[in-house]
Design a binder for this molecule. Sequence first.
Ligand code: MN
Length: 437
Amino acid sequence: MNGIDSSHDPALRSWLASANAAQTDFPVQNLPFGRFRRSASAEPWRIGVAIGDQVLDLHAAQHSSGWPADLGQALAALAAGDLNTVMALPQPRRQALRMAISAALAEGSAQAASLADCLLPQAQAEMALPCAIGDYTDFYTGIHHATTVGKLFRPDNPLLPNYKWLPIGYHGRASSIGVSGQTFHRPWGQTRAEGADPVYAPCQRLDYELELGVFVGQGNASGRPMGMASAEENWFGLVLLNDWSARDLQAWEYQPLGPFLAKSFATTISPWIVTREALAPFRVPFSRPAGDPAPLPHLDSDINRTAGAIDIRLQVLLQTAAMRAQGQAPQPLTTSNYADAYWSVAQMLAHHSSNGCNLQPGDLLGSGTQSGPTPDQGGSLLELSGGGKLPITLASGETRSFLQDGDSVVLRAHCERPGARRIGLGECVGTVLAALA
Ligand code: MN
């Protein structure tokens, strides 16, 4: 895996000035896909590409002359608002599409004049989920999170023996996935305090989880595992993902079959899918601590060892209702890096399909909470507050063990390294509303 080509050239500039700003998440080297329409309109949803502070409308752009003729099928699907069809394309076709969009948006493009009429400011766009999500599975690849949370739930036995042999996951709920801006009511559920009978009441220990979401590209036929080589080519791209979690429901319900209602009430993702191809410059070696078991052959490959991990800098911020009322910006709580994950993206796909389960274009896989190695790098409040025992104090003077009504959680991520153009994943924002009576 190298995959670095002229579309990643850090010297490449766009004819659109805002795409050349140093800190933009969306320079011409990124080119993420999302689904949008003009705010407060009833227009059909369209697929667009984020570029600088604008969206390139691929419905309008289909009429620009200069697209390579062999992209007709992909462009027609995108123009119709259908990203799943493009996700299902073989990787070389997705790569060809990226090269064509890169050329069209690059400085000096003959398409510049016609495409300049196909832009909408992102500030005037309303975003939807980027594609049809058939199934959602949440993994648990953050070993620092798994160890810290394991200690809280099982002090004598934090990391169960299967953890280092296979990527642990559970089947999540696709219907309650929403796009950034999502609000949801504090869930009700059954909880049990130590020594008391269970009660049905609003969740008291509501939490977020800092995760990435992986969109599956081309799927696999039922009964035919993907294998690592195919898995590596068959993931489409990444978004930020907040796996909202009701810890009190979770502690009571999770044994023996894992999370259920503690997770299924809401999941929020960022609107722009940053493609696998855009992330090529940020791939780094995937390694295990000395003495840990080597992955079994069906979860191992040369590419995975040399470039299976991805250097993505992750951040969580919190804005309370009081902060919002006073015009205070969200306060940073945590940073971590996706390169610390214990299992790679390809290993999640290969494991998920290893029993013959068919993955489909647009399926979503959560990475699990990505906490860093130090205590201040917990990717959830459960970790940062020591299971609720050590509330954190915010700059506003407020304290939090778990989320309060009106709290907004913001996830951000970007990639940067010397010799490559910085790219970002945008934002994933969600807000807690009071429980319904
Ligand atoms: Mn999770």
